[in-house]
Design a protein around this ligand. Structure first.
Ligand code: ATP
Ligand code: MG
Ligand code: MG
Ligand code: MG
Length: 569
């Protein structure tokens, strides 16, 4: 590609509303543009990388025996009624009506559609196992679309669904998909961990998530320092030793005035244990009665300053109602924003109520420790309904008895699931077994966030100049920067020749033939993150050399013109 004929939409300034580095760099490198909240256009530069991620996913899925299909993005409500999810799915489901007033949704996932297809197409155990996948646009009306394509509303997912006669067969395919995911994330050059995930809600028997390690991740994942134990925090908590959470007590109601209620009282009431040292204050709010979007999850960690909390953790408050003002932060934490150091909250405070109620929530410190005031417990608190206490903390022994637990942040890029017969039972998807008896099929499902991977990769591969792509998913593998080509026909010609040579050898090459200052061209190629760069200049040509610099290299080096290709190979 010639840069003079290509949309190089780089930006000098960091866009104000982009919080995480991948979002900033995707905008600055001209990969994406925002249309509306959670909706992004992929520009030519970004789409090249997205397609390369897709290609790797597709190749490995094909290798594992997956059969590619493409299902409609718009799905009729009838199928969702059958599975029971039309009523259960909640606000993330974008519901639509056609001109006849019939109900549809824009698919957030495709279990219903594939189950409907397969119950009609497969009749015999002989056709099993079978695994079908697609790479397709999903829509989820995320409550907090943020971080660019990382948590978008419209995004690209690879989703696969497998069908089996029995659970043994499901187990085999599940293991193959686990290996396939490792192969995909290895090829993508990601530093990732597969972790056990809780399969509770769907009732399946096993589930793993694949997390890219990054401080900007929205999930906590838990590892053992000594064994291969790894789980997401929800799973780790689910298996944490029993008896950690005392039964909710009604005693609190007897404490006369709010400011006499200590954290112990409240914890007792909520059914949580305060003898443990937990660094997390987790406050959850739902939309209030007026439909005002509230605080979804405000996680104040003990090591944040108040200013950070304000900047990083409160921005998702959609309406200015809640705790975004200094005064409200002060109310919520008992500390003056900006005036003191890190907030040290060593005590779990878990509150689950509406945004409006949260505004009334005051947590102040006194010499007995932290206590809560201003909460009408009889009205606001629901005993036993608070389940989000971080019952697992760093340094805990692990569940398998080896080592202690370490907690890191992760970005969920993949999720595999043994669904069992949840959908096949509800939708009556059966085959005949070898005795001619009708059997409900077992199912697995396997998702990968294809577009999220692009952002996750940048979170792990960047420096102060921009993105540093691994070769496998770089929009272009090689940049050729010509200096003063518009004045020097020799440079222009040498640039063209190298460009053709590398292209014919199979490289994706961007020839930066723009009539721009060298500094501008270098900065753009570095910002875009192209892994290899050759510079063609009059001075070099006189000496028979090109200047080479790898994107991660400190130093430039000269390479003889005729050796340029072999140098790359
Ligand atoms: P999350 O916990 O991040 O909301 P999820 O558990 O809801 O993700 P799954 O239903 O497991 O997502 O979907 C499979 C994959 O799709 C996820 O592992 C993730 O990589 C990707 N994904 C989910 N939601 C989004 C989104 N809003 N934007 C981009 N990718 C997403
Ligand atoms: Mg989700
Ligand atoms: Mg998840
Ligand atoms: Mg998931």
């Amino acid at each position: 590609m010639r840069a003079s004929r290509y949309l190089i939409a780089t930006l000098k300034e960091t866009p104000a509303d982009a919080e995480v580095i991948s979002h900033q760099l995707m905008l600055r490198a001209g990969m994406i543009r925002k249309l509306a909240a959670g909706l992004y256009t992929w520009l030519p530069m970004g789409l090249r990388t997205l397609r390369k991620v897709e290609r790797i996913v597709r190749e490995e899925m094909d290798k594992s025996g997956g059969q590619e299909v493409l299902m409609p993005a718009v799905q009729p409500s009838e199928l969702w009624e059958e599975s029971g999810r039309w009523d259960q799915y909640g606000g993330e489901l974008l519901r639509l009506n056609d001109r006849h007033g019939r109900d549809f949704c824009f698919g957030p996932t495709h279990e219903e559609v594939i189950t409907d297809l397969i119950r009609n197409e497969l009749k015999s155990y002989k056709e099993l196992p079978a695994n079908f996948y697609q790479i397709q646009t999903k829509f989820r009306d995320e409550r907090r679309p943020r971080f660019g394509v990382m948590r978008a509303r419209e995004f690209v997912m690879k989703d696969a669904y497998s069908f089996h006669l029995n659970t043994e067969s499901l187990g085999e395919t599940y293991d193959i998909m686990h290996q396939t995911y490792c192969a995909i994330f290895d090829r993508l050059g990601l530093d990732y961990r597969p972790v056990q995930a809780d399969s509770g809600a769907i009732g399946g028997s096993a589930s793993h998530e694949f997390h890219v390690l990054a401080s900007s991740g929205e999930d906590d994942i838990v590892f053992s320092t000594e064994s291969s134990y790894a789980a997401n925090i929800e799973k780790a908590e689910a298996v944490a030793p029993a008896g950690e959470r005392p039964a909710p007590s009604e005693e609190l109601k007897e404490v006369a005035t709010p400011d006499q209620r200590t954290i112990e009282d409240v914890s007792k009431f909520l059914g949580v244990d305060t003898t443990r040292t937990v660094k997390t204050l987790l406050v959850k709010g739902e939309e209030d009665e007026n439909g005002q979007a509230g605080l979804v999850a405000l996680i104040l960690r003990g090591d944040h300053t108040l200013n950070e909390i304000k900047a990083e953790k409160l921005e998702g408050v959609a309406e200015p109602l809640t705790m975004a003002t200094d005064e409200e932060i002060e109310k919520a934490t008992g500390c003056k924003p900006g005036s003191i150091g890190p907030v040290k909250l060593n005590i779990p405070v878990i509150v689950d109520r509406s945004a409006a109620q949260l505004a009334n929530f005051v947590c102040g410190a006194n010499k007995e420790g932290y206590h809560l005031t201003g909460v009408n417990w009889e009205r606001d608190a629901v005993p036993g309904q608070v389940a989000d206490l971080r019952n697992v903390v760093e340094g805990d022994p692990s569940p398998d008895g080896k080592g202690t637990l370490e907690i890191r942040r992760g970005i969920e890029v993949g999720h595999i699931f043994k669904l069992g017969d949840k959908y096949s039972q509800a939708m009556n998807a059966t085959v005949l077994d070898e005795h001619g008896k009708s059997v409900v099929m077992q199912m697995g499902c396997y998702g990968i966030g294809v577009s999220r991977i692009v952002a996750a990769s940048i979170e792990q591969n960047h420096d102060d100049k921009g993105i540093i792509w691994p070769d496998a998913i770089a929009p272009f593998e090689v940049a050729i920067v010509t200096l003063n080509a518009h004045k020097s026909p020799t440079v222009a010609e040498a640039g063209d020749k190298l460009y053709e040579q590398l292209r014919q050898a199979g490289f994706d090459v961007l020839l930066d033939d723009r009539n721009e200052r060298p500094g501008v061209k270098f900065a753009d190629m570095e910002l875009i993150g192209i892994p290899h760069r050759f510079v063609v200049s009059d001075r070099g040509l006189t000496a028979g050399t090109l200047e080479y610099k790898g994107r991660r290299d400190e130093e430039k080096q000269d390479v003889a013109i005729e050796e340029a290709l072999s140098f790359l190979l």
